[in-house]
Design a protein around this ligand. Structure first.
Ligand code: AMP
Length: 282
């Protein structure tokens, strides 16, 4: 397993694998890898001859007020995780390798990116689509792996691949949780001990919503209001959104009459955390 820093090195490596007839999987990440990322690497290792893990904190998807500078980074930790779970190389470029001085082309998307996280993070998905399109062009994988943890991101990437005729299979992988339910996230490291306890309000409300769906509730307002009420019992929690949307279009729906996504974003102190469930997985 090796860490490569340049686009040329990745391309040369992938070309060699292709000559040997091997398929290639790509797992895009921002590093500080945990078991959630590991599950994606394992899925790629199972499905493909070789796996590239990209490890890049993409400046373009952070607004100036967000946590680009403080985002945790640890390439030693990441190398160990990739090695242990069957990845073959880590692509860990510097920002200048990905964005040269006169960089001026972007992949932008309407509609799907205007709901949920797109409302509070207006430039986020333009940054995500642009960097993922670049990674797809650099690695040219057969398959790429994304977590359902970032459900809107998964929908946006699927849509981009379809719109732009990218010949890559997109695989969505289940959310990996801590034993107490909290969805694993690199941002969990921002939480103090007290906040870490308060953060359980996210998974509790997700499990509550899932129970209501399991018990046959079809009215989205009823589900959303119960979840909001529960989150509001936690003094450190501040709701950004709790919404139920069509899982393809990301537009809100009044009733569960089609496959839907229930997604939440909640601040615990200064840390913004997300969680969700797809009704199809309930
Ligand atoms: P990130 O490094 O946070 O940008 O995440 C990289 C990829 O890992 C994304 O596709 C995420 O959805 C996925 N991921 C992050 N956390 C989890 C988790 N708890 N379970 C499953 N996938 C995850």
């Amino acid at each position: 397993m090796k860490v490569v820093k340049t686009i040329e090195e990745v391309r040369n490596q992938v070309k060699e694998w292709r000559k040997q007839g091997l398929t290639v999987g790509l797992v895009p990440t921002m590093g500080y890898l945990h078991e959630g990322h590991a599950s994606l690497i394992e899925a790629s290792h199972r499905d493909n001859g070789r796996t590239v893990v990209s490890d890049f904190v993409n400046p373009m998807q952070f607004a100036p007020t967000e946590d680009l500078e403080s985002y945790p980074r640890d390439i030693e930790l990441d190398s160990a995780v990739v090695e242990a779970h069957g990845g073959d190389i880590i692509f860990n470029p510097e920002p200048e390798e990905m964005y040269h001085d006169d960089f001026s082309s972007f992949v932008d998307m309407t509609v799907l990116t205007e709901e949920l996280c797109g409302l509070s993070r207006p430039i986020h998905f333009r940054g995500v689509c642009t960097v993922v399109a670049k990674l797809f062009n650099i690695v040219k994988p057969d398959r790429a792996y994304f977590g359902k943890k970032d459900a809107q991101q998964l929908a946006v990437i699927r849509h981009m691949v379809d719109d732009l005729n990218m010949d890559i299979e997109i695989i969505g992988c289940p959310i990996v949780r801590e034993p107490d339910g909290l969805a694993k996230s690199s941002r969990n490291t921002y939480l103090s001990e007290t906040e870490r306890k308060s953060a359980l309000i996210l998974s509790e409300s997700i499990f509550m919503g899932m129970d209501m769906v399991r018990n046959g509730e079809k009215n989205c307002s009823v589900i959303v209001n119960s979840m909001k009420e529960h989150i509001n019992t936690e003094p450190l929690a501040k709701i950004d959104y709790v919404k139920i949307v069509d899982c393809k279009t990301m537009q809100q729906i009044p009733e569960l009459d089609r496959p839907a996504l229930c997604a939440i974003a909640v601040y615990i102190g200064k840390t913004r955390l997300i969680d969700n469930f797809f009704t199809e997985d309930v």
